[in-house]
Write a protein that binds this ligand. Structure first.
Ligand code: NAP
Length: 359
């Protein structure tokens, strides 16, 4: 790509917004030119507005940028969005209606019939739904979403098994990091030395998004995978990295070796050379006590899902553990990968320019 495409970040001051800045500041294809957040932040410099929480320094250029109001006027045509769901429900359609490509992290539109919910390694064909969106037809804008942070690791691990053996049932129990709740998130007195066995709407999202992601595009709609998913979601005192204990029933028999082969041979994006795509999206950890969040969450620069502890299950067929970084693979990194994939397909195109040309 010759020149970097200008992009904006909506919700730039939050947990995912900060990850966007970390991943996009020196990105070879994209250039951050616009940052927006709530009224309490707009008008301030980013350095004043954001409490930078990452372990790499806040880039000086970004610290000096002035945070804009969260409105499409003056925004670039490509927007990476990390807004709270209720705000996203109101604001993302405004940006799409104004001709922006909105690459969203929020759950607001993930399950809407004409909105693609995409992991490029899993269901790239679902991006065809973009052409059916009313925003696309009217303004050139669109919304594409990435899944919930606990669905991404699970679905990456399931996809090669669905393709080779079919899948009937999944039982999953999550141990989710506190950063998954945004900043400041769960009060320290609630979570230190504790486990909270409830995350509002998380089990519903994990169950429904998994089946949409593994579903098939049929005309202008997605037919969800015909399987059953039962999820238990827990918040644990871990900073970053969601761990999930998974039991599965496959449609056909598979051996230990065949499952490991399905995971290790899974490299569906190999031909695209996307900057954020890990060469090995699913990494196998043979140690009996891995994966662990502190030790394994940064595999593949935070974009790989690590699987381990594959063993027979006495209720279903097989059980294993999967771990993924919730704010990178499960959040900002997922959206950046969606943006890169759309760019590689020639579909990210500055939508307003298209409208201007065709007008
Ligand atoms: N954390 C994760 O692991 C994770 C993973 C995947 C997806 N997500 C999703 O990503 C989204 C953002 O999550 P987060 O964890 O980054 O949340 P967060 O830390 O609470 O950040 C929320 C962002 O939204 C902005 N905002 C709030 N009200 C606004 C308004 N009225 N207008 C414009 N901007 C407003 C905030 O700006 P101010 O600083 O000015 O208030 C902040 O930049 C959520 O939908 C979440 O479900 C999160």
């Amino acid at each position: 790509m010759q020149t970097r495409q200008k992009i904006g970040i909506l919700g730039a001051t939050g947990v995912i917004g900060q990850r966007f800045i970390q991943l996009l500041d020196a990105h070879p294809w994209f250039e951050i030119v616009w940052l927006a957040a709530s009224d309490k932040s707009s008008g301030k410099t980013y350095g004043e507005a954001a409490r930078w929480k990452l372990d790499t320094p806040l880039p000086e250029r970004i610290a000096g940028m002035v945070v804009s109001p969260a409105a499409p006027e003056g925004a670039p045509a490509i927007i990476f969005a990390a807004l709270d769901t209720d705000i996203a429900r109101e604001l993302e359609p405004r940006f799409a209606a104004a001709g922006c490509a909105v690459i969203s992290n929020s759950s607001a539109f993930r399950m809407q019939a004409d909105v693609p919910l995409v992991i490029p390694e899993v269901n790239a064909s679902h991006l065809d739904l973009l052409e059916t969106q009313s925003w696309r037809k009217e303004s050139g804008g669109y919304i594409v979403t990435n899944p919930n942070c606990s669905a991404i690791g699970l679905v990456l691990a399931l996809k090669p098994l669905v393709d080779r053996f079919g899948l009937e049932s999944v039982f999953v129990s999550t141990m989710q990091a506190v950063s998954g709740a945004g900043y400041p998130g769960v009060p320290s007195l609630d979570i230190l030395g504790n486990v909270i066995p409830y995350i509002r709407t998380e089990e519903e999202k994990l169950e429904s998004e998994t089946l949409k992601l593994l579903g098939k595009l049929s005309g202008a709609r997605i037919e969800p995978l015909d399987a059953r998913v039962s999820a238990h979601c827990n918040r644990v005192a871990v900073e970053d990295g969601h761990t999930e204990s998974v039991s599965i029933k496959l449609a056909t028999r598979a051996s230990h070796e065949e499952i490991l082969a399905a995971w290790s041979e899974f490299a569906p994006l190999a031909q695209y050379a996307l900057p954020t795509a890990p060469s090995q999206p699913i990494e196998w950890s043979p140690a009996e006590d891995r994966p662990q969040p502190r030790l394994d969450r940064m595999r593949g620069k935070g974009m790989a899902a690590t699987v381990g502890r594959l063993r027979p299950c006495k209720l279903l067929d097989w059980r294993f553990t999967v771990l993924s970084h919730n704010t990178i693979r499960g959040g900002a990194g997922a959206a950046v990968l969606n943006g890169e994939f759309l760019a590689a397909l020639g579909k990210l195109a500055p939508a307003r320019d298209q409208v201007a040309v065709s007008a």
